[in-house]
Ligand binder design. Structure first.
Ligand code: DPM
Length: 325
């Protein structure tokens, strides 16, 4: 049976459907994308459809335990593959480095500040991570944040925290934690930048791959949609994030590992720093590669191979073994 092609984008019968998670941050991001496209293409119709994902529903289990591929993306991907929607807006860091057959990363938007941020309870307004009291409880579900902060601040205690940004801030304000670590980008996009007590420098916390950027996923080869998306694409962010994603892709073995990065693109030179940490924060293996932005992905892959041979491989194997036990 032959299915007829969808009507052209300019047909009045054709509305372009954007699929999104329902969280406040997801909707802010998706509405921004829709508004930008509507501004560039006033004659086209855009509609946002929202869905819940596994990651939104399962809130009582630690991210690192359930946190495998596509936790926040799978339902949206199925919707695009069914033809119920045309593209999805994700926080790039939640988009797996390998996508299902039939889908592709259509574009990467300009990055917000990719750094991690410290948010403290009001009683610690005068404190820094270094001066928080012995045993102070820090909320995070990120193995990456946990391992790096354990390394630098062994006097702190770490406790899982789940839920969307509003829920997490509420849990902090209610006194369940002394401080929490969040992506600065999420707070800034939600106009809650005033909650940022300190930005963590790369010497303390290397951020997650793709943090602060949006990744738009669409059906592979959907040229009509890909053409529209070019107006949202940011070339410097794209180069940096493609290097970061190639680095992560080369290290991933289907389990959550503390992996951090930092990138810069200055004077047509790409600098990528990558880190693999042991879960206890005892070992931080870090290196930096510098090169031509044209070879961004090859640089990411090479850096990953270097870290493996510098002790990263042993850490990866340890984590896989611990997950099996
Ligand atoms: C991923 C991680 C976290 C999110 C793991 C990591 C943080 C979980 C936690 C892959 N996705 O960063 O090491 O801290 O318990 C997420 C956030 C954003 C996108 C929230 C945040 C907003 C920032 C952005 C959750 N995904 O990191 O505080 O768009 O980059």
């Amino acid at each position: 049976m032959q299915t007829s092609p969808p009507p052209p984008l300019s047909s009045p019968a054709r509305t372009i459907r954007i699929v999104s998670r329902k969280s406040q941050l997801a909707l802010i991001q998706t509405h921004w994308v829709r508004d930008e496209l509507q501004r560039h293409f006033p004659h086209l119709g855009f509609e946002v459809v929202t869905m819940e994902t596994q990651g939104d529903k399962v809130l009582d289990v630690s991210l690192s335990k359930i946190g495998d591929k596509g936790l926040f993306t799978q339902e949206l991907e199925e919707s695009m593959l069914r033809g119920d929607s045309d593209f999805a807006v994700h926080s790039l860091k939640d988009l797996p480095t390998r996508l299902p057959t039939g889908l592709m990363l259509g574009c990467i938007t300009e990055r917000e500040d990719p750094a991690d941020a410290l948010v403290v309870h009001a009683r610690h307004r005068q404190s820094t991570l270094a001066t928080l009291p012995e045993g102070a409880v820090i909320g995070t579900s990120s193995l990456r944040r946990l391992a790096q902060l354990r390394h630098h601040y062994p006097h702190l205690v770490f406790k899982d925290i789940r839920g969307n940004l509003n829920t997490r801030l509420q849990k902090l304000d209610e006194g369940g934690y002394d401080a929490i670590i969040l992506a600065a980008a999420g707070l800034l996009r939600m106009a809650m930048g005033d909650r940022i007590h300190a930005i963590l420098p790369p010497s303390i916390s290397l951020h997650a791959v793709g943090q602060g950027a949006l990744g738009i996923e669409c059906r592979a080869g959907d040229t009509a949609i890909l053409d529209l998306l070019t107006v949202l694409s940011h070339s410097a962010t794209t180069v940096r994030c493609l290097a970061e994603r190639a680095f992560l892709r080369e290290l991933e073995g289907g389990c959550q590992v503390p992996i951090g990065v930092n990138t810069s693109l200055v004077d047509n030179t790409l600098t990528l720093t990558g880190l693999i940490a042991s879960l206890d924060g005892q070992q931080l293996i870090q290196d930096t590669i510098v090169g031509d932005p044209e070879t961004a992905e090859a640089l990411g892959t090479e850096l990953a191979q270097r870290l493996r041979s510098q002790g990263g491989q042993a850490i990866l194997e340890e984590i896989v073994a611990a997950n099996r036990a």
